[in-house]
Design a protein around this ligand. Structure first.
Ligand code: PMP
Length: 951
């Protein structure tokens, strides 16, 4: 006979008092405690000390009780910090006492334990801290028991061993309710096919396996702290993971916050006793199996002992929890348990993310237009966000959204990933786990119905399915991809498509990046939503087919984040796209007009608020990406990391002026001079191109002791008074006061002009003559031009390439007349034309002074003047040259790093050359990091614009 078929002993108070006196020498009062198969007695000795007497069932195996006693003694030494009841030996020193039975042959074994003062867990207010502490306590117990062994712990047929779960299958028929019975049968099916085969490989140890809320005693002074666990009747050897599974089965009954409670217990447990991934993966299946065992055994007991309430007391909550677990995705629960146990929720996640990050440049747009560079608005759907008042009436929502998109000229509207859409109050988003599924797992692209949807990368169609329930996805395409040749597979989902989509692709079909895989559906077919694409990435299908969770409970959002990573890994939208801009461009325009000088100009009818630059791109406040083809300053790309780092490093170390010694200025000057002809050997540093030209003019005047200047028509050389005077582009246009008498304008020559070179050289010669004439009238000392200043390619003149040899000959004429020749390389220097570092060199010109700036520091204000020793010596006439900022160590670091990158880029042939067509000139001056792909894009845009102009 097993102990299950014997009723619990029922000694009277008087009989127990006699036992206490005889075997323990105690005079005591007694009170009965509950027990399923043993008689448990609360003992209070006359000295106030309290004990629990446990009178074993007559059928109890002495070896099992000895096993428990051995275990108590092991714990007392192996885990002294684990609060526990202690054995109280009898007068003869034994841990076990034999008491004859009252009715038949045999005896009961009696043990005494110290009483642990406390409150039953069942009688406390529950908290997550308490759950965590219980997990931690049990982790400590498992850790201590890992070092314990006893032959008696092998209980192969023991009914309550979770490893023997299959053996209670025979009781399933005792479950009266058909639905409950089916629930149990489903759990058995899953267990036998998926879980049982894995058990053989798992770690084993001696287990307590009875952490229920009547066996966990909490401290009276702090009910969140465990004082002890009691009732070691189920101790047996088995899979180590069973301990936590059994505890969870009890801890999760009747709780509202299933995930929060489970997380607290698991993280507490694993903090003390780390679990293996394969253990965590089956944890919730074992929880379900423990519940199945409870209801099976209690249903069977209930049949044989209809009066014993204790047997059925936990049946209802057990069925309720079983039903919840049954309705949750068990693969998700495995991911959840892995994550709680500090593993990646999905094993392949890091590889997939890595591959997506490395390949993002190659992905195609998921819709029929380029989303990076299209105008957009962000539509938040968090509590109280504008528009959410219409969320339950999607027709109205769609109208509200369209109006908003029209107002800002947006091509699409963006719904964010991981956004808590508390507006999702529809019943479809309810969850059995407590909270509603309000956290969005995809990215929404709201745009016109019928917009084509494209595969961003190669893949295979897994499913094309119409999920036509209200508020579902409607027609849905799921693709499978591979993260590299030997990499893991992952999936992408496209929801809310059109019925037509069902005919566009079919399951099993191979898809190439860019292929059309569907079109967007309208509200009548797409689940009842404003037209949009729900795009999502999945690292696992969680055993599902044709559909996948698009929203999750907030409590487990951090697990879902690892199952369905950020779709922007594929979309590649600038991060600004997901931030609501605080200060709008319109507000900035207004305050700018109030505060800044009115002669500042703004580009474009709708001025741009540019917030970030990277390489050849600029990004506005809404994350819209622009290919920057008008910036010749950020020469090696916006915010080039090497330049940024050099500036940051030097700025955090020192920034002073040139009155102190510093190597960088000299190293840089050496490198710069090495790129220039030998006769140019002295360097001056300034902060702007204007300053450089201003200094160059001063030098020329000091050197020649003249003041007349020859300049090319349409030239622009800077914003100072003296430079406006030499810039026909300024003085002959809006607000200009015309040419001054000491300025002489040479005709701007053009490479493809029908006029001969001599025609233009004659124009220079005429300037020399008029300078001589003018200077002799005005100055006793002067007898000709002080200087000729010229760009080697005329920028403001319209990127005009000078006829071959023009600059060489023009400079020679001026030099022969005693003038100094200044090559203004501010715009075209540093390799910007793609033909060598300096444009004057392409003209074989031999300037006396070269000025440079703009691209020199990749956006950092630094410029320079380089000249001959002779001019430099003449300029050193006693007056000090000082510049507060020019040549400071930070500027020099910026210039040095830029030069490093220019050198590197040239070696890798990434420079592009430009050619100026006749008369009608489109200025193209992108950072030199522009890619071929972007150059193609630029050409396509220009072509479209030109075609539009022509039509
Ligand atoms: N020279 C040329 C040829 C220029 O294009 C410019 C600026 N557009 C300057 C000088 C003046 O440089 P900065 O604006 O740095 O003063």
């Amino acid at each position: 006979m097993s102990e299950f078929e014997q009723p619990a002993p029922d000694f009277t108070n008087q009989e127990i008092k006699e036992i206490l006196l005889r075997h323990y020498g105690l005079i005591a009062t007694v009170a009965m405690l509950v027990g399923e198969r043993d008689q448990n007695v609360m003992v209070t000795a006359d000295d106030g000390a309290r004990y629990v007497m446990k009178i074993a069932n007559v059928a109890e195996n002495a070896a099992i009780l000895t096993l428990q006693n051995d275990l108590f003694r092991h714990l007392a030494s192996a885990a002294p910090d684990l609060s526990m009841a202690l054995l109280y030996p009898a007068l003869d020193g034994q841990d076990l006492v034999q008491i004859p039975t009252k009715v038949e042959q045999g005896f009961h074994l009696v043990r005494m334990m110290t009483y642990v003062d406390g409150i039953l867990l069942a009688d406390t207010d529950r908290s997550q801290q308490q759950n965590f502490n219980i997990g931690q306590y049990l982790g400590g117990l498992s850790k201590a028991l890992a070092g314990f062994g006893s032959p008696a712990a092998f209980r192969p047929g023991f009914l309550w061993s979770l490893d023997n779960a299959a053996s209670v299958g025979r009781f399933a028929n005792d479950i009266a309710d058909a639905e409950n019975r089916q629930l149990v049968e489903r759990a058995f099916e899953r267990y036998t096919s998926l879980v049982q085969p894995k058990l053989g490989q798992l770690r084993k140890s001696v287990l307590y396996q009875d952490a229920n809320d009547n066996n966990i005693i909490m401290c009276p002074e702090d009910p969140d702290k465990v004082a002890a666990v009691i009732d070691f009747g189920d101790v047996a050897y088995g899979c180590t993971i069973n301990e936590l599974a059994i505890a969870l089965a009890y801890m999760l009954m009747d709780v509202g916050d299933l995930y929060g409670t489970a997380r607290a217990v698991i993280t507490g447990y694993t903090a003390r006793f780390p679990l293996l991934a394969e253990e965590l993966e089956i944890l919730f299946d074992l929880v379900a199996m423990r519940l199945v065992m409870s209801v099976c055994i209690s249903s069977n007991r209930a049949r044989d002992f209809p009066d014993n309430d204790y047997l059925t007391i936990s049946q209802q909550p057990a069925f309720d929890l079983l039903r919840k677990l049954d309705s949750l995705n068990s693969d998700f629960l495995s991911c959840f348990a892995r994550e709680c146990g500090a593993f990646d929720a999905v094993e392949t996640y890091p590889q997939v993310i890595n591959w997506l990050n490395n390949n993002q440049q190659a992905f195609k747009s998921v819709v029929g237009f380029d989303i990076q560079s299209s105008s957009r608005i962000l539509v938040p759907m968090t509590a109280g966000s504008p528009g959410t008042e219409f969320i339950l009436d999607q027709q109205q929502y769609a109208e509200w959204l369209d109006a908003g998109m029209d107002r800002s000229g947006a091509k699409f509207a963006l719904g964010a990933y991981m956004e808590d859409r508390s507006c999702y109050v529809m019943e479809q988003f309810n969850s059995v786990a407590g909270e509603s599924r309000s956290v969005h797992l995809g990215i929404d692209l709201f745009t016109a119905a019928a917009t084509t949807v494209h595969a961003p990368m190669d893949g295979v169609v897994v499913s094309v399915q119409n999920n036509d329930a209200a508020l579902d996805y409607g027609p849905t395409v799921i693709l499978q991809h591979q993260a590299g040749a030997n990499g893991p597979v992952f999936y992408t989902l496209y929801g809310h498509l059109s019925l037509q989509t069902l005919d566009i692709v079919a399951a099993g079909q191979n898809i190439n990046a860019g292929d059309i895989i569907g079109t967007l559906g309208d509200i009548t077919v797409n689940g009842g939503w404003a037209p949009h694409l729900h795009f999502q990435i999945m690292t696992t299908m969680l055993g599902q087919h044709g559909n996948f969770n698009g929203a999750c409970e907030p409590a487990v959002a951090n697990v879902w984040r690892l199952i369905t990573p950020d779709p922007n890994l594929v979309l590649g939208l600038a991060h600004e796209s997901f931030n609501q801009d605080i200060v709008s461009p319109a507000e900035l325009v207004k305050s700018r007009a109030e505060i800044l000088g009115p002669s500042y100009s703004l580009s474009y009818d709708k001025p741009l608020k540019i917030v970030r630059g990277q390489g050849a791109y600029l990004f506005d406040h809404s994350g819209r990406q622009y290919l920057d083809c008008v910036n010749n300053i950020c020469h090696v790309g916006h915010c080039h990391p090497r330049v940024v780092q050099a500036i940051a490093d030097q700025a955090s170390l020192l920034n002073t002026n040139t009155r102190y010694l510093h190597e960088t200025i000299l190293d840089y000057s050496d490198r710069l001079l090495a790129t220039l002809p030998d006769h140019l050997e002295v360097v001056y540093f300034v902060c702007t191109g204007s300053e450089a030209n201003e200094l160059a003019l001063r030098m020329a005047k000091v050197f020649t002791e003249r003041r007349d200047i020859i300049t090319l028509d349409w030239g622009y050389h800077g914003n100072t008074s003296a430079l406006i005077d030499v810039s026909p582009y300024k003085f002959n246009r809006n607000g200009g006061k015309g040419k001054k008498d000491h300025i002489h304008i040479a005709e701007l020559p053009e490479a493809n002009s029908s006029k001969p070179l001599d025609h233009y050289l004659t124009s220079v010669q005429n300037c020399i003559l008029s300078a001589q004439e003018h200077s002799s009238q005005e100055h006793s000392a002067g007898d000709g031009p002080a200087a000729m200043i010229a760009e080697s390619i005329s920028g403001c003149g319209g990127q005009v390439i000078l006829p071959e040899g023009y600059l060489q000959k023009a400079f020679e004429l001026v030099q022969a007349a005693g003038g100094v020749c200044i090559a203004d390389e501010v715009q075209v220097g540093f390799g910007r034309t793609g033909k060598g570092m300096w444009s004057f060199a392409a003209q074989s010109a031999k300037p006396d002074i070269v000025t440079m700036g703009k691209p020199m520091g990749n956006g950092h204000p630094i410029a320079a003047v380089v000249t001959t020793r002779k001019i430099a010596d003449a300029f050193a006439n006693g007056m000090e040259y000082f510049n507060s900022f020019g040549g400071n160590p930070v500027s020099m670091a910026a210039a040095s790093a830029t030069l490093d990158v220019v050198g590197y880029a040239r070696d890798h042939a990434v420079l592009l050359s430009t050619d100026g067509p006749k008369n009608t000139v489109i200025k193209i001056k992108p950072p030199m990091v522009i890619s071929l792909r972007d150059a193609d894009r630029l050409i396509a845009v220009v072509r479209r614009a030109l075609e539009k102009l022509m039509s």
